[in-house]
Every structure is written in C-alpha cells, then in structure tokens.
Design a protein around this ligand. Structure first.
Ligand code: URA
Length: 234
C-alpha cells in the first residue's frame, strides 16, 4: 500500500495533507525517513512512525452498538444516523450498519466496514437468526406462538418463515421474545399486526450467536472482541 494512502486511512488527513506531513521528514519507515508519497510499504512487515510514534494499521473495524431510538440505521441522511454517534477516530474507517433497525427500535446493531461479513450476516441465504424483545399492546397467547411457528401472512401477502415466540410476561401489555430467520421490512411489527396486535417497544437482543452486551447503556458502543467477530463469521 502507498504510504500516503495508509496515513490517510488511519486519519492523518487527506492525501494532500499527508503529502505535506511527509515533506516535513517526520515520517519514518523502519527508521528511514520517507518523503515520497508514492512509496509502497508492506503493512504487515514495515514499522511506520510519525514523530517517533508508531502508526497502527488495520483495515477493519467491528462495533457493537446499543442503538438508541431516534437514530436512523444509515450512514448519511438529513436526520441523525447511528454513524453520528461514533467518535471521529472510528468514523475514519467509513463503517456502516449491518442490516437495518427501525428508527424507533433499540438494541444490538453491528457496525463495520467489512463488506464480506456484512453480506454474510444479511444475505437471505444464510438465515442468520435475530432475536428481539418486545412489548406488545395486547395479550399474546399460545395461539400466537403456534401461528408464528407456522409462519404468518404479512400485509403484502408474504408468508413468513417460522418464528420462535416466547412469552416473557403475560398481561394486557405482554412482554415477549421472538426469533426470526429473515429480515423483511418492519418484520416483527408486521408479524404482530398479522395477529391483530401492536408492537409498542422493540429491542434487538441477539444476532447469530452475538448477544447484546448488557453493560452497554443505550447509545453506547464498543469494539467487538476477536472471539465475537469469529462468532459472527460462523
Ligand atoms: N422488525 C421490525 O419491525 N423493526 C425492526 O427494527 C427490526 C425488526
């Protein structure tokens, strides 16, 4: 990779700005001063420093966010997006949310710049399970559990794949968990509409084997551990 691309990717400025930094003679590759922006380096082998400080290179970032309501799962919009919640040092990687949560949905959102992993997680072929916690306006019953097991017909005529519904707390406002293996637009809300009930609160709690970290407050995020990234690749 060219030295100017590496430094720019790591947040040291635009290519033009990086070229200026290089001219000052503060950048060294394996102790040798490098001024030429076109110089190629091996990111695995060479040690790059600026003013003696090592530049850590990495290509990918993997984030777990506890998404707050009120933010769009998008990279850019007139409205606030989940990317706006990231510190600039993390935004440098140009990460994007994996799949969509509605603006009013909270909970587990993976944000990365690893397109291959994102594709793996969202491709309909892979049926990655997603589990949601929800509060439902209405009494969820055994009949609903059975209906979801068979698949319900949404407002556009689509019959869903089987979903696993559990009642966490019974009552006029029910608390439930639902695992689905696909990701149609507003799927959970529309599945409950299909049985004449309304989702009044929705939170995603897991995606594949990755579970939302309970220590993350709403709106907080952290990087995934290597083990967690592996869980998602499975
Ligand atoms: N299903 C929904 O209805 N909304 C979401 O945000 C996610 C799943």
């Amino acid at each position: 990779m060219r030295i100017d691309k590496l430094l720019s990717n790591m947040g040291y400025g635009t290519r033009k700005e990086v070229k200026k930094i290089l001219k000052t003679g503060t950048v060294r590759v394996d102790e040798v001063v490098i001024k030429d922006a076109k110089q190629h380096i091996d990111v695995e082998e060479n040690v790059v420093t600026i003013n003696g400080e090592t530049v850590e290179y990495r290509e990918y970032i993997y984030i777990m966010m506890n998404k707050p309501a009120g933010f769009l799962s998008a990279t850019e919009d007139e409205e606030e997006t989940v990317i706006d919640l990231l510190i600039p040092d993390d935004q440098i990687f140009a990460p994007f949310p994996v799949g969509r949560l509605d603006k009013d949905t909270e909970g587990l959102l993976v944000i990365t710049n690893d397109g291959k992993l994102a594709h793996h997680l969202t491709s309909p072929k892979h049926h990655v399970p997603k589990t949601y916690f929800a509060r439902i306006n209405g009494r969820v019953t055994e009949k609903d559990i059975e209906a979801f097991k068979q698949g319900v017909t949404l407002d556009d005529g689509y019959k869903t794949k089987p979903g696993e519904l559990t009642i966490v707390e019974e009552g006029p406002i029910s608390q439930i968990e639902l695992t689905i293996h696909e990701g149609k637009f507003h799927q959970v809300k529309r599945m409950f509409e299909a049985v004449d009930k309304k989702v009044i609160y929705l939170q995603r709690i897991s995606m594949g084997d990755l579970v939302l970290d309970e220590d993350l407050d709403i709106g907080e995020y952290r990087e995934l551990t290597e083990d967690e990234v592996e869980l998602l690749r499975k």
